[in-house]
Design a protein around this ligand. Structure first.
Ligand code: UFG
Length: 340
């Protein structure tokens, strides 16, 4: 494997993965249409690594343009597919938009891969496909029953890839991410949401004085302190899991491999806020609110398979996750809008 095409490479997880790929000696071709991203991280990825990459502003639904990318780039060895819409609430309100973007966009990509003889792919899936798990930590053979349109699109894309790997002898790796947080150690690349839907970006903005308080969505769950427990994973560890997956595909995978990517350790909302307070030294006001519809009490990963088969291990703990998130937030309070 030499040249990797990364869809959604300008996004949060995509940009961190491009850094790790370039640092590991791969050539990178990004396809992104800036739906939920901007060009600045692409520039910074190159600045931080001292390497150049190839960039194409193309929407995955534009089959002709996508095909032209595959034809103009000589010999793409594998694809890492991040590009997708990912807000759970929005997906409930606008399911058709989610199915069109995520499913049709992916189908177009897979067809273009087939037409151009590219048969290796790492797919960005999510623990959301497990829905409300019966047992935690969750193993990969747990039942898949997503509970919202976003989750359904991830489960459907997994199924499409499993069927395709079987029929066309593709090598497919599905990575089910738990809760990605944190930022690159440089403080130059990080998560930059228009409006933060997830806990950590929200807490960061409260610490930075951009928002007044964090609402804790329920403190009556059956957990350590009543608040929701999640398996937070440093985005750089997550990025490295993609590099390990590409290495695995190099040794010729026939069929589909599925891996949970998490640390195996869960933290509650209150523990996250408290650690953020300590790291930032800022006051973070919290208010207890009602449960958020669709939320579950606890979700942690059993990542033994990824440890054993990918040779991947999470290296960063909670302290580093939050320190890096705070470094990014305090260096660029307005995210990439602060770019000179
Ligand atoms: N939470 C709050 N207040 C907030 C935001 C979140 O209390 O303002 C709580 C939630 O109730 C939950 C925890 O913080 O207990 C984490 O919530 P996030 O929204 O950060 O993350 P979720 O676990 O709900 O969802 C994330 C991703 C999904 C993915 C899922 C997989 O957003 O895309 O993890 O587990 F599918």
């Amino acid at each position: 494997m030499k040249k990797i095409l990364v869809t959604g490479g300008a996004g949060y997880i995509g940009s961190h993965t491009c850094i790790e790929l370039l640092n590991s000696g791969y050539e990178v071709v990004i396809v992104d249409d800036f739906t939920n991203s901007v060009a600045e991280p692409v520039r910074r990825v190159q600045e931080l690594t001292g390497k150049t990459l190839s960039f194409h502003e193309v929407n995955l639904l534009d089959k002709e343009a996508l095909d032209a990318v595959f034809k103009s780039e000589e010999k793409i060895d594998a694809v890492i597919h991040f590009a997708a819409l990912k807000a759970v609430g929005e997906s409930v309100e606008q399911p058709l938009m989610y199915y069109k973007n995520n499913i049709s966009g992916s189908l177009t990509l897979f067809e273009v891969m087939r037409d151009n003889g590219v048969s290796n792919i790492v797919f960005s899936s999510s623990a959301t496909v497990y829905g409300d798990p019966e047992v935690t930590p969750i193993q990969e053979d747990a039942a898949v029953h997503a509970t919202n349109p976003y989750g359904h699109t991830k489960a459907m894309m997994e199924q499409i890839l499993m069927d395709t790997s079987h029929a066309l002898e593709w090598g497919v790796i599905l990575l089910r991410y738990f809760n990605p947080v944190g930022a690159h150690e440089s403080g130059q690349i990080g998560e930059d949401p228009d409006y933060p839907n997830n806990l950590l970006p929200f807490v960061s903005q409260v610490a930075a004085g951009i928002r007044e308080h964090v609402t804790i969505f329920g403190d009556d769950y059956d957990t350590v302190d009543g608040t929701g427990v999640r398996d937070y994973i440093h985005v750089v560890d997550l990025a490295r899991a993609h590099v390990k997956s590409i290495e695995k595909l190099t040794s010729k995978v026939n069929g589909t491999l599925i891996y949970n990517i998490g640390t195996g350790t869960g933290y509650s909302v209150k523990q996250m806020v408290e650690t953020f307070r300590q790291v930032s030294g800022k006051e973070i006001k919290t208010i207890i609110g009602p449960r958020r519809p669709g939320d579950i009490a606890e979700c942690t990963a059993d990542a033994t398979l990824a440890n054993n088969e990918l040779g991947w291990h999470a290296e960063y703990g909670l302290q580093e996750m939050i320190e890096s998130a705070w470094k990014w937030q305090s260096t660029y309070p307005n995210g990439y809008r602060d770019a000179k």
